[in-house]
Ligand binder design. Structure first.
Ligand SMILES: [Zn+2]
Length: 210
C-alpha cells in the first residue's frame, strides 16, 4: 500500500502530469491524478434496495476505475472511497464491509485487490470473509448468461472464522457491478455463514446491454 502511494506520487513528478481520465494537464498536483472536471462529470447511478454505486460505468468514471485497477493509481481508492461513503448513506452506519476477493494469482499479478483498497477507504471495520477458489475467465466481454456460467458454485468460499462472530449487517464492496453474478455468488456465501443482511456498494454500475 505504502509502495503504491509512493509509486503514484513518483509518476506525478516524473512526467508532465495529466489527468488519468481525460489527459488534460493537471494544474494542481495536490488534487491527485484526476482533474476536477472529470470528478464532477460523473453521472449518478439510481440506487436500489440492494445496490448503491457512485455512478454509471461510463466516461470519466470508467477511466478512473481503469486507472485504479490497471494503471497503478492505487491512491484513487481514497477519493473513490469518500464518494462511495456518500452513495452508501446510512448503510455504513452499522455495517461491516466485505471486499469481493480476487483469485490469489490475480492479486499477486496486480499487486493489490482494488475492492480491498476501496473497502479499507470506507472507515468501517473490514472483514475479509471470502476467498476466491477458481481463477475463471475475466468477466469483461462476456454476455450476462456467460457471466453466470462463469461463476460455478464454490467459486467463492468463506474463510475460516477463527472464533470471529459473524456480523449481522454486511456491505459487500466491489469496483464495478455489471450483471450482479459476482455479488450474488458472494451474498449467498455470506447469508449461509449467518449474516442477516447483505447490501452491495460499488464505484460504478454498468448499464446492461439489451
Ligand atoms: Zn480529467
Amino acid at each position: 500500500m505504502a509502495m503504491h502511494r509512493w509509486a503514484d506520487r513518483a509518476l506525478l513528478f516524473l512526467f508532465d502530469p495529466a489527468c488519468v481520465a481525460c489527459q488534460a494537464p493537471l494544474t494542481d498536483r495536490r488534487i491527485g491524478p484526476v482533474c476536477g472536471r472529470c470528478w464532477s462529470s460523473i453521472h449518478p447511478s439510481p440506487s436500489t434496495d440492494l445496490v448503491r454505486a457512485v455512478g454509471i460505468y461510463e466516461g470519466a468514471l470508467r477511466n478512473i476505475v481503469h486507472a485504479l485497477k490497471y494503471g497503478g493509481h492505487a491512491s484513487l481508492a481514497k477519493p473513490l472511497g469518500a464518494r462511495m461513503r456518500d452513495a452508501a448513506g446510512d448503510w455504513l452506519d452499522d455495517a461491516t464491509v466485505v471486499p469481493v476477493p480476487l483469485h490469489p494469482w490475480r492479486s499477486i499479478r496486480r499487486g493489490f485487490n482494488q475492492a480491498d483498497l476501496l473497502a479499507s477507504a470506507l472507515g468501517r471495520p473490514v472483514w475479509r470473509a471470502l476467498r476466491r477458489t477458481r481463477l475463471g475467465q475475466p468477466q469483461a466481454g462476456l454476455s450476462a448468461a456467460e457471466r453466470f456460467r462463469n461463476i460455478p458454485a464454490g467459486t467463492y468460499v468463506l474463510r475460516r472464522l477463527w472464533g470471529k462472530r459473524v456480523p449481522p449487517s454486511v456491505v459487500l464492496v466491489d469496483d464495478v457491478i455489471t450483471t450482479g453474478a459476482t455479488a450474488e455468488a458472494c451474498t449467498q456465501v455470506l447469508l449461509e455463514a449467518g449474516v442477516e443482511r447483505v447490501r452491495v456498494l460499488t464505484v460504478a454500475r454498468a448499464l446492461r446491454r439489451t
